[in-house]
Design a binder for this molecule. Sequence first.
Ligand SMILES: *Cc1c(COP(=O)(O)O)cnc(C)c1O
Length: 372
Amino acid sequence: MRNTPTLVTRAVLPSLDEYIDEIRPFWKSHWITNMGVKHQQFEKDLQSYLECENIALFTNGHNALECSLEAFELEGEVITTPFTFASTTHAIVRKGLTPVFADIKPDDCTIDPKSIEQLITPKTCAIVPVHVYGNLCEVETIQEIADRYGLKVVYDAAHAFGVKRDGISAANFGDASVFSFHATKVFNSIEGGAVCFKDSRLKPILDELKNFGIKDPEHVERVGGNAKMNEFCAAMGICNLRHNREEIMARKMVDGRYRVQLAGIPGISLIEPQENLTQNYAYFPVFIEDESGLTRDIVFDLLFDQGIHSRKYFYPLVSDFACYKENFSSSLTPVARDRAMRVLTLPMYGNLPLREVDRICDLIRNAVKTSK
Ligand SMILES: *Cc1c(COP(=O)(O)O)cnc(C)c1O
């Protein structure tokens, strides 16, 4: 095993000098949180980068999602996907709503609109779909369903930063889209998140919810929490945003190399790029099918033994978590259950050397060959 393992991702950082220049003014102003200059600038920069009308920043994606669900004053059942990160379902449950799990599509692992429609009841109030690995959900079909039944649509867009379909930014689908700027994502502000939304009247509500419900120093009209992004995180976001296109271009090279090297290996299947999509290459998932003669766990272990850290992502399904499995059965979402058993996301970041991609693919190719 090599000395330094190849991790599944690596946080993007600007040069130290660039960051220091960005934070230097704080030593004059002493204003380091509470919607200061950097917070305001970052919000504007993102609004233009994501091409959205309305945006509110948060400490992280999870708090942005919780506050969005709260802002819509929802009640009842929310149709969502079990093929996601814990955050999506936890936000729904922590806001007093009942998650109802729809199945996913085998080709791109996003929520299956047919499955959504079958689960709608008089109690359904919203759909919380998840854009997965940087691929977008069937946004038009989901909107049609939502319009027909009068439902809100709040996208978990944590994987979809910078993605566009037919030139339309992922920030502009549904009633709201929630992004995460966590260190492990395509774009980070150390920790951070934002919600982009259609109805401009939500702006003061979201801004109050993240700041103890404070409207002005003498008026508190909501029971808010604390989910404000601080100035150091906003400064990191401003710096990283300047280099996000470069990061995505570098990831595109890595993605291309994986696709060439893995092509034609029996039982190793990939997600085909969606049509008319401007991708962000957030992750590189592979699926270990029976034809390979291997299992996902075998591939995970053999890569790990060679110093390559892949990730079983998403596994287990949220509905199989100890806190949910009493009330849900993953047998109701067979496609999600199957994909969760087979998926492995391989190392993916802009600086990943292409020779390391080659080594990873050689290991997988040889393992399939020797299993025969
Ligand atoms: C990262 C992530 C989140 C949570 O975002 P944080 O910024 O870490 O709170 C939510 N949903 C998905 C799908 C994610 O990948």
